[in-house]
Design a protein around this ligand. Structure first.
Ligand code: IPE
Ligand code: IPE
Ligand code: MG
Length: 245
C-alpha cells in the first residue's frame, strides 16, 4: 500500500517543525558550490509545504536561518538572503493556490530591509488564508526568543502592569514569537545530525523527534510520510502511564 494511504487522518500531528539541514553537504557531494545546495533546498521546501497542506497538517514551521547562521561567510549569508527574497516572490502563488498563510518568527529586524519588506508583503497578502499556517524561522534562536520574553515580562513587572505572581507558563508562552502556534508535535531534522541547534526549545518540550540521514535537497513527500507514519506508531504519554491513556 502506498505510504500516504496508510496515514491515519485522525492522528495527524497538528504542528510539524523541520530543521532543514544538509544543503551544503548535498552540493559538495556533487561537486557544486554550497549556494547550489541552498537553491535545490527550495524545491524540497515547496514539496513539503504543498504536501503538508494537502494532507491537512494545520501548522508547519521551517527553520530557514538561525541566529548562529549570521556567523557564516558573508557571501553565503548574502546568497541565503537573496534566495529568501526570490523564493518569497516566486512562491506567493504556491501559498495562494493552496490557501496557506505565511508567518515568520525570529529577530526579523536583523534581516536586510528588502527581505523584511518582501516578507511583510507576502504575510499581509496571505493573511486571510486558512488551510495551513506556514511559519518561517528567520534569524531565529530559541535563546534569543526566551531572553526577549524575560526582558518583556520584567518590564511589565517593573511598570506594575503585572505582579511576579502572574508569571505562569501561559504568560511566558504568550510572549514567545510562537504565541499564536500550538506546541510542536513532530520535529524532523534531516542530514543525520541529531541536535536541536537552538530551535524552538520551549515549544518542543513534548515533541516527538524524527531524524533522517537524507540531506534536505533530497527530502521528498516519501520521507515526510515515513516520519508521520513513524510518529503515529508512537505512544505519547505526557508523563502518564500507558494504562491511563
Ligand atoms: C541547511 O543546510 C541550510 C541552512 C542552515 C541555512 P546547511 O547549509 O547547514 O548544510 P550543511 O549542514 O553544511 O550540509
Ligand atoms: C540549523 O542548521 C539551522 C537551520 C537549519 C536553519 P545548522 O547547519 O546551522 O546547524 P549546526 O550549526 O550544524 O548545528
Ligand atoms: Mg548544516
Amino acid at each position: 500500500m502506498d505510504l500516504e494511504a496508510q496515514i491515519d487522518e485522525k492522528k495527524l500531528p497538528k504542528h510539524i517543525a523541520i530543521i532543514m539541514d544538509g544543503n551544503g553537504r548535498w552540493a559538495k557531494q556533487q561537486g557544486f558550490l554550497r549556494a547550489i545546495g541552498h537553491q535545490n533546498g527550495t524545491k524540497a521546501v515547496r514539496e513539503t509545504v504543498e504536501t503538508c497542506a494537502k494532507i491537512n497538517v494545520p501548522y508547519l514551521t521551517l527553520y530557514a536561518f538561525s541566529t548562529e547562521n549570521w556567523n557564516r561567510p558573508k557571501l553565503e549569508v548574502e546568497t541565503l538572503m537573496k534566495l529568501l527574497v526570490s523564493s518569497l516572490k516566486k512562491e506567493i502563488k504556491t501559498l495562494q493556490d493552496n490557501n496557506i498563510k505565511l508567518n515568520a518568527i525570529g529577530n526579523l529586524e536583523s534581516l536586510p530591509k528588502k527581505a523584511q519588506r518582501e516578507l511583510q508583503d507576502v504575510i499581509s497578502k496571505t493573511k486571510g488564508n486558512s488551510r495551513m499556517t506556514l511559519t518561517l524561522a528567520l534569524s531565529y534562536g530559541a535563546r534569543e526568543e526566551i531572553t526577549k520574553t524575560i526582558r518583556e515580562i520584567s518590564l511589565k513587572v517593573k511598570n506594575n502592569l503585572i505582579s511576579p505572581l502572574d508569571i505562569d507558563e501561559r504568560l511566558v508562552n504568550d510572549h514567545l514569537y510562537t504565541n499564536n502556534l500550538p506546541d510542536v508535535d513532530l520535529l524532523i531534522r534531516t542530514s543525520g545530525e541529531q541536535r536541536i541547534s537552538n530551535f524552538l526549545l520551549w515549544q518542543i518540550a513534548y515533541a516527538e523527534l524524527s531524524f533522517t540521514d537524507t540531506l534536505w535537497p533530497d527530502f521528498t513527500k516519501k520521507h515526510l510520510f515515513e516520519a508521520i507514519l513513524n510518529y503515529q506508531n508512537r505512544e505519547r504519554r505526557f508523563g502518564k502511564t500507558s494504562e491511563q491513556l
